[in-house]
Design a protein around this ligand. Structure first.
Ligand SMILES: [Zn+2]
Length: 503
């Protein structure tokens, strides 16, 4: 149980099966408890602007990227809580949609190179991508529907997005601001000029709430690092420890559909294995360990193995706990009392930034895996031999830890899993689908703490989007002073009208 590896069925959606899979997707939306989403983009443009100090400037820069670039693939993971099962058991359906923007868009060689290296199939995209138009709906879309009366409207990517809104489920993303801006521009309407209008629109589009698991990983779960793979693996590890130790309280269990012969041909079974290859001191890449990306990418001589990084972080936390215990005893003996300081996830980063003072990238935010990592380095594969060299490079944090640990069990670090060389599939295809799956899992795990309250997921994280380099999130809300955009109002009438008709 402890080291169980998951095999996740990812349903491959493209132009030749889009219509066929449509009813299944819409049903999955409607019956889910929440929907996790991730995108694969053709590029983002100048990175510095995307991480501008002013959030309004940041919004403008991402909008520019969304207008000139495109969504290449969309991952959707529908999590349905099974009420007749014990604990928190979810039926999970994962879709990976290959898309093709029908308009001209910029492609950055760097991005293409990165995507190809990570298994993205451009041949398939051009041959089989589901086409879509960006910006506002074309007038003809409405006319067609009026003419058809109650008949279902055109089965397109844009109408699938409308179905997503109609389902009215909590939407879960990881570091989701960029995704949301791209979704809006590509499948919904032209982006509003002002950030306040955008967030007002979002709050009406997703009244069941938007959740950002990067925000949850940092401020609710208080993990040492919060990039997607780290947060997912840490949640999975803590959950399986809790199950193995038969601890009280709910645990997360997953179930997947048994796909029948016809569906089977669209399903890609993606393994997600744990590595338990090395114990002892390791040459962990400090940069990757803190941010989930590293400028050297696959050629980095240090280990980028997330499982090892997590164990390293846990070990150093435990060491500090022991040290503090001893110090407390001494202090108690001396009758001294002193406030203990909190360890935040930023300690590891603070350490990195100190090291970085004379670095070339001075002034540039480094903690955004989406902006920095998605198109430069997001690899996780290292030959196992290199990971076992002596001498640790990591010194995450300098302060004492008081962070409450969910589970105190000792990590099992024996050699049981497959070698890193056998894990090649992990960086591979269907990244958007699998990333959406991981995002949903973090959300399911994080919401365990509110098990008593049936209606709330993670109230402290509702409608808060993570902002890199900022200690406060972006709130998705309609303020008294912000108006909704006109395109959005028209569109929402359409969304609501149809759902009334259906009821
Ligand atoms: Zn590295």
């Amino acid at each position: 149980m402890m080291n169980s590896s998951v095999v996740v069925p990812v349903i491959d959606v493209q132009s030749n099966n889009f219509k066929e899979l449509w009813p299944a997707m819409v049903l999955a939306f409607k019956t889910s408890s929440f929907i996790a989403l991730d995108t694969e983009l053709s590029g983002l443009g100048a990175r510095k602007a995307l991480l501008a100090e002013s959030i309004e400037d940041r919004y403008k820069a991402i909008c520019h990227a969304a207008r000139t670039r495109s969504v290449l693939s969309l991952g959707l993971a529908c999590y349905k809580k099974l009420d007749d099962k014990a604990d928190r058991t979810y039926l999970v359906q994962v879709y990976n949609l290959t898309l093709l923007c029908a308009e001209e868009y910029t492609i950055e060689p760097q991005s293409v190179q990165f995507l190809v290296q990570h298994g993205f199939d451009f041949n398939k995209q051009y041959a089989q991508g589901v086409p879509y138009d960006k910006g506002n709906d074309k007038a003809s879309v409405w006319q067609t529907e009026t003419l058809c009366g109650g008949e279902p409207q055109g089965v397109t990517m844009r109408t699938l997005f409308v179905e997503l809104l109609r389902a009215n489920k909590p939407l879960v993303l990881h570091n989701g601001l960029i995704d949301l801006i791209f979704l809006y521009q590509c499948f919904y309407a032209h982006l509003p000029e002002k950030l306040g209008t955008f967030t007002a629109d979002l709050s009406q589009m997703f009244p069941a709430g938007v959740y950002d698991t990067k925000y949850a990983a940092e401020y609710e779960l208080r993990f040492t690092a919060s990039y997607l793979e780290y947060a997912y693996k840490k949640c999975k590890l803590d959950n399986s420890r809790s199950v193995a130790a038969a601890q009280d309280g709910p645990h997360v269990f997953l179930e997947f559909c048994n796909y029948t012969s016809r569906m089977q041909s669209y399903v890609d079974y993606r393994p997600c294995t744990d590595s338990h290859s090395c114990d002892g001191p390791l040459n962990i890449c400090v940069q990757f360990s803190a941010y989930g990306w590293c400028p050297s990418g696959p050629s980095c001589p240090m280990s980028h193995d997330t499982d090892l990084i997590i164990r390293q972080d846990e070990k150093s936390k435990e060491d500090k706990r022991q040290k503090r215990k001893r110090r407390k005893k001494k202090k108690a003996a001396k009758q001294e009392g002193e406030e203990e300081e909190d360890e935040t996830p930023r300690d590891k980063k603070a350490h990195m930034e100190d090291e970085d003072k004379d670095g070339e990238e001075k002034g540039e935010r480094k903690d955004d895996e989406k902006v920095q990592g998605k198109f430069t380095a997001h690899d996780e594969e290292m030959p196992s031999g290199e990971a076992s060299a002596a001498g640790s490079q990591t010194e995450p944090g300098t302060k004492e830890s008081d962070t409450p640990q969910t589970h105190e069990a000792t990590p099992d670090v024996r050699n049981q899993g497959p070698k890193a060389s056998e894990r090649k599939a992990e960086g591979g295809t269907h990244r958007a689908g699998f990333d959406a799956f991981m995002t949903g899992y973090i959300f399911a795990f994080a919401s365990i703490r509110n098990a008593g309250e049936s209606d709330s997921w993670i109230p402290a994280c509702a409608n808060k989007l993570y902002l890199s380099g900022k200690s406060v999130p972006l709130h998705i809300a309609k303020s008294t002073f912000s108006k909704s955009s006109r395109a959005h109002v028209t569109k929402m009438e359409h969304v609501c009208f149809r759902s009334v008709m259906l009821c």
